[in-house]
Write a protein that binds this ligand. Structure first.
Ligand code: NI
Length: 183
């Protein structure tokens, strides 16, 4: 296993759509998945998409560790989803903090669906289907976006909600709301 170099915002690979994984790609896939998992943990991060490590395939890895999730969320171990297909199961969206290993040192308040369905293939080619809410739903939407060349900042409606990671605790969302109403 190896720690892979992560592309930073500006690298063209992050803006290109990734290709579906076909069975013919499977022999190399096991190594890719192992390396992506190692790279995610080394960073450390809670998700990684293949384009971030310069591989244009529709593969994501993610997790929901105890030290990152909210009170209503469930711990989820390392998970691999190949050719993911995401469907919102509710119109409800909420703002939540996101970061990205390809956009280091920044955090943004990003609107995401609170409840999604997902389908895809597991690392062994088996079909995977499920629903996700909260933290996990956010992570899956973020990683799946990478496969379409979309970064979280593209989902933001107001770049005043994009802050340096050192200022997240000092950021006052109430100030933003008031200033927006004053406009
Ligand atoms: Ni990301």
């Amino acid at each position: 296993m190896a720690i892979l170099k992560i592309a930073r915002m500006g690298h063209p690979v992050l803006r290109q759509g990734a290709q579906p994984v076909s069975e013919a790609a499977v022999p190399d896939l096991r190594r890719l998945i192992g390396d992506m998992s190692d790279t995610m943990h080394d960073a450390p991060g809670v998700g990684l998409a293949a384009p971030q490590v310069l591989v244009g395939l529709r593969v994501i890895v993610y997790r929901a560790p105890a030290d990152r999730i909210g009170d209503d969320d469930t711990v989820v171990p390392d998970t691999v989803l190949i050719n993911p297909d995401i469907t919102p199961l509710s119109d409800h969206m909420v703002l939540g903090w996101e970061g990205c290993l390809s956009v280091p040192t920044f955090r943004g308040l990003v609107p995401r669906y609170t409840h999604i369905g997902y389908r895809g293939l597991g690392p062994d080619g088996s079909r995977i289907e499920g629903e996700a809410t909260g933290f996990l739903a956010r992570v899956i939407q973020h990683e799946a976006d990478h496969l379409d060349g979309i970064l979280y900042i593209d989902r933001m409606h107001d770049l005043r909600l994009l802050v340096h990671e050192d200022e997240v605790d000092s950021f006052r969302f109430a100030d933003y709301i008031e200033s927006q109403e004053d406009d």
